[in-house]
Design a protein around this ligand. Structure first.
Ligand code: PLP
Length: 393
């Protein structure tokens, strides 16, 4: 990690942990055999995959056989949604929310266009919360799948997955959750707490494994039609020669996540709270976007009224090499305000000046102190320049 950068964009991606890199190295150098080969040279890669499957299963509270390695969170989401449409014959609807990641929203759009599926979207209130009664009313005998994210990438809201998955099962629908942002930040217990979850998506690069590796949890006996067909890998559930190095790294990251979970909810959360309280105290006309009660411990999204998020980000980089985000990384390059903030019904003045700070295990108190020093004058200065800022003083 570069010392000069204050990296507060961990919901976009995270640094690979040094321990993860070490776990990967042998499989990028000497242990390069194809794990499916029959000679003893393949035994190390084979063993590494089995070990990682076990490490991941113990983080999630599932069995190793329920862990399918994929190439990313987006692939896992695609696999769950597209499979449900194929296996739930006779059911033609999907229920999801208006605030999902594009990996879900665009897959839904694709299924509407090419598979004749109807998609219902749960609305959210001004804090980004969903209403369980609305969910109950929208799940029917025609619902193939309910897919609701575990945690929102932009505002950090946590959703009532246990209750929603029960509602889905009560009507015979399958249940999937995109837990890409939740892994390593909050406890996920598929054995006890979340028994009604059939599918769950994960991505390595959000919890200190590399980009380009993911997991689809598929509960035993849940009907599944593979998304990638071909060879016999992953118990014939996901074809493609195993990416052994990345799988080994993901396993190590899962082991570290279990160890660091407590710290995430104490030290990292305290740093997030210090940042949030400090900014709200020093920047007038600023408010937190999202649900203060049910939120990821590492995330705060703050709307600074009357200024542009992109301008704030550029100044933060120029002044102190601070990395944060205005909307999700996937929408960077588009001038459209984020669909999540729009779903909250924020007014125009807050919509454009919203910044997400997302912390990790590697952030320090000194970094937060520095951010608290740098942000308020940046906001003041931009407001002085902004026509909106001048009108309101
Ligand atoms: N789902 C959520 C909630 C995410 O935040 C992301 C990435 O930002 C994804 C899915 C996609 O994951 P990946 O980048 O591994 O495809």
């Amino acid at each position: 990690m570069s010392n000069s950068v204050i990296y507060l964009d961990n919901n976009a991606t995270t640094a690979v942990a040094p321990e993860v890199f070490e776990a990967m190295k042998p499989f990028l150098t000497t242990e390069y055999a194809n794990a499916s080969s029959i000679y003893p040279f393949a035994s190390e890669p084979l063993h590494a995959i089995a070990k990682a499957r076990g490490q991941m299963a113990s983080l999630l509270g599932c069995t190793p056989e329920e862990v399918i390695f994929t190439s990313c969170g987006s692939e896992s989401d695609n696999a769950a949604l597209r499979s449900a449409v194929k296996t739930q014959t006779g059911r033609r609807r999907i229920l999801t929310t208006a605030v999902e990641h594009p990996a879900i929203l665009n897959t839904c759009r694709d299924l509407v266009k090419y598979a004749g599926i109807h998609v219902d979207y749960l609305s959210v209130d001004k804090f980004g919360r969903i209403d369980l009664d609305e969910a109950k009313a929208l799940i029917s005998e025609d619902t193939a799948l309910v897919s609701v994210m575990f945690a929102n990438n932009e505002i950090g809201n946590l959703y009532p997955i246990r209750e929603l998955s029960r509602l889905a099962h009560a009507k015979g629908a399958l249940f999937h959750t995109d837990a890409v942002q939740a892994i390593g930040k909050v406890k996920i217990d598929l054995a006890n707490d979340l028994k009604d979850v059939d599918f769950l998506s994960l991505s390595g690069h959000k919890f200190h494994a590399p980009k380009g590796i993911g997991v689809l949890f598929k509960r035993r006996f849940a009907p599944f039609a593979p998304y990638l067909t071909g060879g016999h890998q992953e118990h014939q559930l996901r074809a493609g020669t195993e990416n052994v190095a990345y799988i080994a790294g993901l396993g190590k990251a899962a082991e570290l996540a279990a160890i660091n979970l407590e710290e995430e909810n104490t030290r990292v959360k305290a740093l997030r709270d210090k940042l949030q309280d400090g900014l709200l105290a020093t920047c007038p006309d600023a408010a937190v976007n999202g649900d203060l009660e049910h939120r990821l411990p590492n995330t705060v999204n703050i709307g600074f009224k009357y200024i542009e998020g992109e301008a704030i980000l550029l100044r933060l980089w120029d002044r102190a090499h601070i990395c944060a985000s205005s909307g999700s990384a996937c929408t960077t390059g588009s001038l459209e305000p984020s669909h999540v903030l729009r779903a909250l019904g924020l007014d125009y003045k807050s919509l454009h000046g919203s910044i997400r700070f997302s912390l990790s295990h590697y952030n320090t108190e000194d970094e937060i102190d520095r951010v608290l020093e740098v942000v308020p004058p940046v906001i003041r200065n931009l407001r002085d320049l902004s026509p909106f800022g001048r009108i309101t003083g």
